[in-house]
Design a protein around this ligand. Structure first.
Ligand code: LLP
Length: 437
C-alpha cells in the first residue's frame, strides 16, 4: 500500500503512510496510539480541526460562524473554537454547560432547540448567552418571562421554516413544512411570531434563522432558503418599519465520507450565499444583514479517524466476509441509522495481498451492527490488525451509546508527533456509577 489509499478529501490533512506502510495521524504511528490508548479510539487531528475553523472564518469574513457543537463538543474543542475566532451553537443545557465550563465567551453563544425547558431558558438568559433562537409560540412567552425575571433584554432570532426540501436523508431534513422545528413561512406563522415578539419588550428581535437540513450537497436548497428569508425581511420592513440586522442561514454542508462524495468548497458556498443575499437585498431596497452560519459536520467530520482492532474474520464462501472489530454501533450509529457509507483501511501494516470486499461489523448483539458495508480490505486481514475509519468526527462520539454496556471510546488528539486524551475512555466503573443496587 502507498499513500494513494488515503483519499485527501476523506482523511484528515496530516494522515500519511510511513515508509513501512503504517498509517500515521498527526505524525503519530497508529500502532503506538493503539498501544497507549487502546481501541477503539477516536483520533482527532488538531491541526485539521483548527484549519477548518479558520477556513470557515475566512470564507465568511464579516459574518458570524457558529460551530454547531452537536457534531462534537468537549471543553478542549470549545476552547479551540473560541481561539480560532468562531462562535458556538449549543442546543441543550448539557451543551451549554460544556461551553460555560470551557469559559467560552457567552456573548458568542447561540442557543437552539425546539423544546428548551424553562430551566434551560433561564440558565441561558442568566449566563448572558448572546442569541437565543425562538422555535415556538410557547417559547416566546417562556423566554420573555425569563428575561423579565432576570431584568435583561434578550437578543433573539426566530427560527423560520422556509419550505425548502433539502436533498438529504429524511431524518436530517428540516426545511420542509412537515416537521417539528420553527415557524412556517408559508402558513403565516413566521409573520405572526414576528408580530408577537415585537410586542414583548423583554425580547429584542435581531434577526431570523433557518436551517434546511444536514449533509447537503446540492446547494440550490441553501440559495432558495436565502431568497425566501430575504423576502421575509422585506415583508417585516413593510409591515413594521423595522429592518432586522442579522440573518442566520444555519448549517448543513455535506462532507466526503468516501471518494465518491464531492462537497462544494466552503469558499464557493460562502461567496454564493453572500451574492444571493446581496442581490435580493438590493432588489428589495434592504440593507444587507450581517450573515451567520452554523457548520457542524463540515468542521468536525473530516478531522477524526476511528481506530479499531480486528477480532474475528468469518468467511462465507460465495456470500460475504464479516470482519468484526472491537466497537460498532455504539461508537458509530450513523451506518445503522442513516444507511451512511464509509471507507476503511488496514492501518497497522502494509499488505501486498489483493483487496476483497468485506463487511466491517461491530461486536454488538444485532445484525444491523455494521460500521462499513462492502469495503475493499487486504485478503490477509487477520485478528490483531488495526483498521481505521475516516470522517468519523461529526455525530459519532456525540451520538455514541453504551449499548450492551460497552464503555464509550476516548477522544485522543494528535498533533506534531504527540498524542493526548481530551475525553477519556469510559470504564466499567463509569457504567456502574449510575446503578443503584
Ligand atoms: N444548525 C442547526 C439548527 C442544526 O439543527 C444543525 C444540525 C446544525 C446547525 C449543524 O448541521 P451540520 O453543519 O452539522 O450539517 N446526526 C445526523 C445529523 C443531525 C444534524 C442535526 N442538526 C448525522 O449524523 O448525519
Amino acid at each position: 500500500m502507498s499513500v494513494t489509499d488515503l483519499e485527501p478529501a476523506v482523511w484528515p490533512m496530516t494522515a500519511a503512510r510511513s515508509a513501512e506502510g503504517v498509517l500515521t495521524l498527526g505524525g503519530v504511528d497508529v500502532r503506538d496510539l493503539a498501544a497507549q490508548f487502546g481501541t477503539p479510539s477516536y483520533v482527532l487531528d488538531e491541526v485539521d480541526f483548527r484549519s477548518r475553523c479558520t477556513a470557515w472564518r475566512d470564507a465568511f469574513s464579516g459574518a458570524d460562524v457558529y460551530y454547531a457543537g452537536k457534531a462534537f463538543l468537549c471543553t478542549t474543542v470549545a476552547r479551540w473554537v473560541a481561539e480560532e475566532g468562531l462562535s458556538l451553537d449549543v442546543c441543550t443545557g448539557g451543551e451549554l454547560a460544556v461551553a460555560l465550563a470551557a469559559g467560552f465567551p457567552v456573548e458568542r453563544l447561540l442557543f437552539h432547540g425546539n423544546n428548551k425547558s424553562v430551566a434551560e431558558l433561564a440558565r441561558a438568559v442568566d449566563a448572558g448567552v448572546g442569541r437565543i433562537v425562538i422555535d415556538s409560540f410557547e417559547e416566546l412567552v417562556r423566554l420573555a418571562a425569563a428575561a423579565e425575571r432576570a431584568g435583561v433584554r434578550q437578543a433573539v432570532y426566530l427560527r423560520v421554516t422556509p419550505g425548502v426540501e433539502a436533498h438529504t436523508h429524511e431524518y436530517v431534513a428540516t426545511g420542509q413544512e412537515d416537521q417539528k422545528f420553527g415557524f412556517s413561512l408559508a402558513s403565516g406563522a413566521a409573520a405572526e411570531a414576528v408580530r408577537r415578539v415585537l410586542g414583548l419588550p423583554a425580547l429584542e428581535l435581531v434577526g431570523l434563522h433557518c436551517h434546511i437540513g444536514s449533509h447537503i450537497f446540492d446547494t440550490r436548497g441553501f440559495s432558495l432558503a436565502a431568497h425566501r428569508m430575504v423576502g421575509l425581511l422585506g415583508d417585516i420592513r413593510d409591515e413594521h418599519g423595522v429592518e432586522l440586522p442579522e440573518l442566520d442561514l444555519g448549517g448543513g454542508l455535506g462532507i466526503a465520507y468516501t471518494a465518491a462524495d464531492d462537497p462544494m468548497p466552503v469558499k464557493e458556498v460562502a461567496d454564493g450565499l453572500r451574492a444571493i443575499v446581496e442581490r435580493e437585498c438590493a432588489a428589495a431596497s434592504l440593507a444587507v444583514p450581517r450573515l451567520a452560519v452554523e457548520p457542524g459536520r463540515a468542521i468536525a467530520g473530516p478531522t477524526t479517524v476511528t481506530l479499531y482492532e480486528v477480532g474475528t474474520v468469518k468467511d462465507l464462501p460465495g456470500l460475504r466476509t464479516y470482519v468484526s472489530i472491537d466497537g460498532g454501533m455504539s461508537d458509530n450509529i450513523r451506518t445503522a441509522l442513516y444507511d451512511a457509507r464509509y471507507t476503511a483501511v488496514l492501518a497497522s501494516r502494509r499488505s501486498t495481498a489483493e483487496p476483497r470486499n468485506v463487511t466491517l461489523c461491530g461486536k454488538h448483539c444485532e445484525s444491523g451492527d455494521i460500521v462499513v458495508h462492502d469495503v475493499p480490505l487486504a485478503a490477509d486481514l487477520a485478528p490483531g490488525d488495526l483498521v481505521a475509519v475516516p470522517a468519523s468526527g461529526a455525530y459519532h462520539r456525540s451520538m455514541a451509546s453504551n449499548y450492551n454496556h460497552v464503555p464509550r471510546p476516548p477522544v485522543v488528539v494528535v498533533r506534531d508527533g504527540s498524542a493526548r486524551v481530551i475525553v477519556r475512555r469510559e470504564t466499567e466503573d463509569d457504567l456502574l456509577r449510575l446503578d443503584i443496587p
